[in-house]
Design a protein around this ligand. Structure first.
Ligand code: ATP
Length: 385
């Protein structure tokens, strides 16, 4: 279904991805394992059309090449990204978040059907339809992010480190959810540092080292490979002198390389694309998450598509969400329903501090102002080459 051939990415002079080739079939989970800075996110971003670097090679989906296409075209073609950091709209409800994911043209005709499919895959989201996403646990928010991506009715779901920050128990739930998604016939391209659990659910895996794919195998063989165990699973393969058949040994995770400021921040790009949130006259952009945002800022997948007669208007949606939110709870956020205690406390990522606004409409307005400011920064940004 997805056939990536000889994909390379350079950020200025730095070659972050070097001739990567991989495939993802229907109903198949494929995991990319690699140390920090190996180029995993770069690979996903290049496939999804949101990479800031120079991209060459091919990413064929059902034989049409998506390299060079705009992100919303790639969503229309059938690839949806769940970005690192989720990018959910914390001030909106589960249902509102899911609805925003149905922006793609391929999803609009059957929005109700897609919603039903997502809710039947994730019954918990159905039970929590009216819950404000910010009040949910990290694992539940991740489920919202996956559900929202699935609302675009994709054939390939790409996920960037979805288990990041989740407790072991929530990780287990998350990986189980992905198994359910796979059973629905989607192909899953998964970037993960949690090698143990991802290899448990994956069909095949690739090892990425310094931008090069050095090995490919089925997931079970990878999990039992002493060299892989040593590098990614905390095992003692070195003691056995075992060597992986790839060109080089998998290296131990290394600290992230410093990231040169070669382009606008992903959150700025996302914010620029969201300008129409506060400009109702413009057509709304496609709502596919593009990048991790430092706050619960809405993130999108790039340039705005041509207006469609039946296109939902994001500004209207936000206004509706605003009204619903005010009706729901006035100034205070919805109380968090009791959830069973999680085994390890530090798993939930810190929630961004929310200023004590007088009402939820003030909160929304502040959010929009923040997005506008970021958009203005992005517009005037001039990359230093
Ligand atoms: N926008 C960018 N501009 C310049 N260099 C970048 C940019 N994004 C990534 N890089 C560099 O490309 C290399 C690969 O980064 P990438 O984020 O793809 O790695 P990764 O394997 O996803 O790492 P991690 O697991 O830490 O997220 C790194 O050296 C990184 O510094």
């Amino acid at each position: 279904m997805l056939d990536v051939r000889n994909l390379s990415v350079s950020y200025g002079k730095h070659r972050a991805l070097d001739g990567a080739s991989l495939r993802v079939g229907k109903g198949e989970i494929v995991v990319i394992l690699g140390a920090n800075g190996a180029g995993k996110s770069t690979l996903l971003k290049a496939v999804c059309g949101i990479c800031e670097g120079r991209v060459s090679g091919e990413a064929l989906l059902e034989n049409s090449d998506l390299v060079g296409e705009k992100p919303h075209k790639i969503v229309e073609a059938g690839i949806a990204l769940v970005p690192e950091g989720r990018g959910v709209f914390g001030d909106l409800t589960v249902e509102e978040n899911l609805t925003l994911g149905a922006y793609a043209e391929r999803a609009r005709d059957d929005e109700a059907g897609n919603l039903q499919r997502v809710l039947s895959l994730f019954p918990k989201l159905g039970e929590r339809r009216k819950q404000t996403v910010r009040t949910m646990s990290g694992g539940e928010q991740q489920m919202v992010a996956i559900g929202r991506a699935m609302m675009s009715n994709p054939s390939i779901l790409a996920l960037d480190e979805p288990s990041l920050g989740l407790s072991p128990l929530l990780c287990k739930d998350l990986f189980e959810s992905l198994r359910v998604v796979k059973q629905a016939g989607l192909g899953i391209l998964l970037v993960e540092q949690n090698a143990k659990q991802s290899l448990r659910i994956a069909d095949r895996g690739y090892l990425l080292e310094n931008g090069t794919i050095v090995h490919e195998d089925d997931a079970e063989r990878l999990a039992n490979d002493p060299a892989v165990q040593k590098a990614y699973l905390g095992g003692s393969g070195a003691a056995t002198g075992a060597k992986r058949p790839g060109p080089t040994q998998a290296s131990m995770p290394k600290p992230s390389a410093p990231r040169p400021a070669a382009g606008p921040k992903p959150s700025d790009i996302a914010a620029a694309a969201m300008k129409s949130v506060s400009a109702p006259a413009r057509p709304a952009p496609p709502v596919q998450p593009a990048a991790p945002a430092p706050k619960p800022t809405p993130v999108t997948n790039g340039a705005a598509p041509a207006p469609k007669p039946n296109a939902p208007n994001i500004a209207d949606m936000v206004a509706k969400a605003n009204a619903a939110s005010s009706r729901r709870n006035g100034a205070a956020p919805a109380p968090k329903p009791a959830t069973p205690p999680q085994p390890t406390a530090p798993a939930r990522p810190a929630q961004p501090a929310i200023p004590d606004f007088a009402s939820s409409s003030d909160r929304l307005r502040a959010m929009i102002e923040e997005i506008e400011a970021a958009a203005r920064r992005a517009e005037t940004y001039k990359p230093r080459r």
